[in-house]
Design a protein around this ligand. Structure first.
Ligand code: 13P
Length: 256
């Protein structure tokens, strides 16, 4: 069974009401040209509801950038419960983005709890994994990916990936203009799939693994053409409608 390609935009801490309205208008308008792929946008939390309203009636889906690990709402100032994200229209939520891990101290264990809570709230987690440059140069890429993935699999079991997406995002490629080569991306994706396959081959085969890290319209085709690359998680280029849509068009052109 072919895995349906996905292109997800992570807006990070960018956006404003006027700019969002114009970006979403353009994405929605052109999204009709890409019926073979899933398109997701992940705005900052305060804009989720207004962006969701603008997506209404389109096939573009809504995601959040993070959520609280808390299973129940309550006295957790500043946090956002997964149920609230679901309530305002999110289908997906990123968990374990490298910026959350490195700038906000999210551990493998915390990320695993967020993954579990997301699913309990009816959201599809997009689990982000990736090594730093130092780790890659030290030959630790596979052990880092195995550790980050293993923390989640140990908590939830591999079967939980039936309703999850993985994003391989090498830290050294995020926002740097430097992408993994198609060979590096394919090798990491195949490794991640192989790790899942050790416990559940069927799930491993059906789980989508996106690539993220300086994806642009001019490099998306060679990355997405790899057997184990099922689309992209796009940062900077998701803020420009023409660029994001060009990436969607490339993904659409690869669907069977
Ligand atoms: P860039 O596409 O800006 O490198 O960001 C990638 C990313 O972190 C997406 O989550």
């Amino acid at each position: 069974m072919a895995r349906r390609k996905m292109v997800a935009g992570n807006w990070k801490m960018n956006g404003a009401r006027d700019a969002n309205a114009s970006l979403v208008h353009d994405v929605v308008f052109d999204s009709k040209r890409f019926p073979g792929i899933d398109i997701v946008v992940c705005p900052p939390a305060v804009y989720i509801e207004s962006v969701g309203a603008a997506l209404n009636g389109s096939s573009v889906q809504l995601g959040a950038q993070t959520l609280s690990e808390q299973e129940k709402p309550g006295a957790f100032t500043g946090e956002i419960h997964g149920g609230m994200l679901k309530d305002v229209g999110c289908s997906y939520v990123l968990v374990g983005h490298s910026e959350r891990r490195s700038l906000y101290g999210e551990s493998d264990a915390l990320v695993a709890h967020k993954f579990k809570t997301a699913q309990a709230c009816g959201l599809v987690p997009v689990l982000c994994l990736g090594e730093t440059l130092a780790e890659r140069e030290d030959g630790q890429t596979e052990s880092v990916l195995a550790r980050q993935l293993g923390a989640v699999v140990d908590l939830t079991g591999a079967a939980a990936f039936k309703s999850a997406v993985i994003a391989y995002e090498p830290v050294w490629a995020i926002g740097t203009g430097r992408t993994a080569s198609p060979e590096q991306a394919q090798a990491a994706h195949a490794f991640i799939r192989g790790q899942l396959a050790k416990t559940n081959a069927k799930i491993a085969n059906s789980t989508r693994i996106l690539y993220g890290g300086s994806v642009k319209a001019d490099n998306a085709a060679t990355l997405f053409a790899n057997a184990d690359v099922d689309g992209g998680l796009i940062g900077g280029a998701s803020l420009k409608a023409a660029e994001f849509l060009a990436i969607c068009a490339l993904a659409q052109s690869l669907c069977q």
